[in-house]
Design a protein. Sequence first.
Length: 404
Amino acid sequence: MTDKNPLRSHIASANAPDCDFPIQNLPYGVFSTEGGAPRCGVAIGDRIVDLAKAEEAGLIDAQGTFSQPVLNDFIALGREVWDRTRARLTELLAEGGAETIPTVAMADAQMHLPIRVTEFTDFYASKNHAFNVGVLFRGPENALPPQWTHMPIGYNGRASSVVVSGTDIRRPMGQVKGEDGPVWTECKRLDLELELGAIVGANSSMGERVSVEQAEEMIFGYVLLNDWSARDIQAWEYQPLGPFQAKALGTTISPWIVTTAALEPFRCKGAERVNPVLPYLEEKRPGFFDINLEWALNDTVLGRTNYNVMYWSSAQQLAHHAVSGCPMRVGDLLGTGTISGPSRDQTGALLEMTEAGKNPVEIDGGTRIFIEDGDSITLRGHASGDGYRIGFGECAGKVLPAQQ
Ligand code: CA
């Protein structure tokens, strides 16, 4: 994207080139201030537009949905309303716009889950990650399953344990493989997975298939997503039906949903195809976005990668999800799968980065193989424009000791 004179806002903090939330972004979230109910907002600079109040004041019309404690009802109004609302917010927030638009300081707000997550499905779409993890679990010959380059592989996760950034995560107890049978223990191999999550913004009916083009239109936006993973529990339980309790302990998402409209200028190709795909998975245009991503353990950034390394786009994943006639619903969350580039410092999980513990990583004041109690994991991401960036904010969580 080249735009030498990017549009500026009358909210001065939004005009800094390294601000995650310039007027070009306008991501949606749900916030509350002391004594107030959770309601919908849009991030601009270091402030939040109080959309409920803006609607009450007649500045914007979203059929009353902005006073809800989740964005589902607004999202369900459809793409035409999304586009109209974005255009109106741009007008109100641009230099010379409505300086009376009600805002609150981000510092005074508490963020909540932006949507009622109806269902959570997680995929496995980075070839580097799938291969690396496959080697660790099954050896190099069987690392990549034969169907992997033909269909997006996923599993149905739990919506009930999806939490917003800032929520502590409790180390799980569980069953792992011991020398002489199963052992009851606290998880000793707790890991992160750096992902994006696509938010489904339209329903499909049972029995109805969805094309990749329709799927693109159905995606409202994206969040950062950390799929916390208990590797020792996973290794013992995952065959033949896939991960279960290893992934159910918690999934953290960032509070701001960056819309596909804001990401559109950064659309790009993903990884090179190794074979043609069946027609129902063919894309007519590139399905990825150039989004720089990083993750940090406490204060040390350990991994840096880009969403464009992925093999299957969220639109392809959605089309595949509905191919059996499975209905998709507003508020469904689709995890992209761990986003890992080819080199060690581009991996999105400690399992890969440390080669299952063989090569510890160095952090400020020590080393790590997996996550220890008291550690925090923070994901960040942004797309770089000329003079501005479309940022996601942070997706953070701290690990608490297990309850024995
Ligand atoms: Ca995952």
